[in-house]
Ligand binder design. Structure first.
Ligand code: FAD
Length: 388
């Protein structure tokens, strides 16, 4: 407890109220008697974080490996709980369709996940795909896997809703306040911000691509990558609405694309993956997608979905913090008063409420049943050592 009246005392300070921070706040706010404060450098549901861009894919059948499935199923339960609490629609139950050549490694790992957890799904051959999903150009060797628990998340709505629910339950949030540094001592953590000092018994760092600014010791594990989103207009929008088209992933001739049905009534998100070099910080993001990159994306989009006009009607550039093996870091650092979730590696949104629950557990109890050993700093350092 601080004796200085200009210092705010809290039990848990959450640094960064974006994806993971809003969910950590929401889960912490469910613990009676806890004084919880979120600190965010921008405003509510802003456009600068890793969560903006209208939609995110939720898949229960993880192509990334079976280790993620318990957390994905727990996240789905919590997404639905957040919807029920708030009355808002966040997870659109449209399914998640993967289309690619039979034997493709992502399709094989998706099938392994489905079998291991007996997840509801449908398997389509090329004829079945053409009949049911005529939006796609389908080759004879293609198959489709429809993950029936999958769907589309509304990220801005989710972040705002989780934060509002936390505030309604007693949490406080300070917007437009940047955390400049953290200093840990025997009794707690001093959080120095652009608008005063906070003393916290525990700190949760959910600063996404900015993590190493407050935790420079994680520099060797985290870098930042740029991600492009592109939207194209179909000639027949009625074939691309959420009742006709699931969220999807398409692999064709070595090009990976993902997308979502029309949410604006005139275009669909369709994103052939554009590659950029890694960067250290969001301030180094490319300022634009070049005309050549846009032309390439349009060509791929139309090759995969012939009804699309190849000139994008909308595009944007985003970022995420990334680890070398794309496994997130979720652990306690230092003496354990500081907890971090970072390195979501372009894949974290679907997990967010489950990881928020892990953070709340780690901050209040020091351990969580949902924390996989691969997510720990020790696990990361072991793998990095093994890779050298
Ligand atoms: C284009 C794109 C598409 C994606 N598609 C998918 C998908 O389909 N499915 C999926 O599951 N995942 C997807 N992801 C990944 C997912 O969106 C991210 O992994 C996730 O949003 C990362 O959350 P985060 O909390 O780490 O970061 P953020 O959501 O960016 O939150 C970090 C917050 O911390 C704040 N902050 C940082 N530093 C400070 C500071 N010093 N003081 C105060 N505040 C601070 C920031 O302003 C921000 O609000 C995608 C990512 C991108 C970029």
């Amino acid at each position: 407890m601080s004796s200085d009246s200009t210092v705010t005392d809290v039990d848990v300070a959450v640094i960064g109220v974006g994806t993971m921070g809003s969910m950590a706040l929401w889960r912490l706010s469910r613990r009676p008697g806890l004084r919880v404060l979120g600190i965010e450098q921008y405003g509510p549901a802003h456009t600068h974080g890793s969560f903006s861009g209208e939609s995110r894919l939720y898949r229960a059948a993880a192509k990334e490996g079976q280790l993620y499935i318990p957390a994905l199923l727990e996240a789905r339960r919590l997404w639905q709980e957040l919807e029920a609490e708030s009355g808002r629609s966040i997870l659109l139950p449209v399914g998640a369709l993967s289309v690619g050549p039979a034997g493709h490694q992502d399709l094989e790992s998706t099938l392994r996940s489905i079998r291991a957890y007996d997840l509801p799904h449908r398997l389509l051959d090329a004829d079945g795909l053409r009949a049911e999903f005529p939006q796609f150009a389908v080759r004879a060797e293609d198959i489709g896997i429809l993950d029936e628990l999958g769907g589309g998340l509304r990220p801005e709505v989710a972040v705002m809703t989780a934060t509002e629910q936390a505030v309604a339950a007693g949490a406080e949030v300070r917007y437009h306040t940047e955390v400049l540094s953290l200093a840990e001592d025997a009794d707690g953590v001093t959080v120095t911000t652009s608008a005063g000092t906070v003393r916290a018994a525990r700190v949760v760092v959910t600063a996404g691509s900015w993590t190493t600014r407050v935790l420079p010791e994680l520099h060797s594990l985290l870098h930042v990558e740029a991600y492009a989103l592109t939207w194209f207009m179909p000639r027949h929008i009625d074939r691309f609405t959420p009742d006709r088209l699931p969220v999807f992933m398409r692999d064709l001739d070595g090009v990976h694309a993902f997308g979502a049905p029309s949410l604006d009534g005139y275009s669909i998100k369709m994103c052939p993956k554009i590659d950029w070099d890694p960067i250290d910080h969001p301030s180094q993001l490319p300022a634009r997608i070049t005309p050549e990159q846009l032309a390439w994306a349009g060509e791929q989009a139309q090759r995969m979905m012939p009804d699309l006009v190849p000139d994008p009607v909308r595009w944007s550039i985003h970022h995420d913090s990334v680890t070398p093996d794309h496994v997130p870091v979720i652990d306690r650092v230092g003496t354990g008063r500081i907890v971090v979730a970072a390195g979501m590696s372009g894949n974290g949104f679907k997990f967010a409420p489950a990881y928020g629950a892990v953070l709340a557990d780690l901050a209040t109890e020091g351990a969580s049943p949902w924390q996989h050993p691969m997510f720990t700093l020790a696990g990361h350092l072991d793998r990095a050592g093994a890779a050298v």
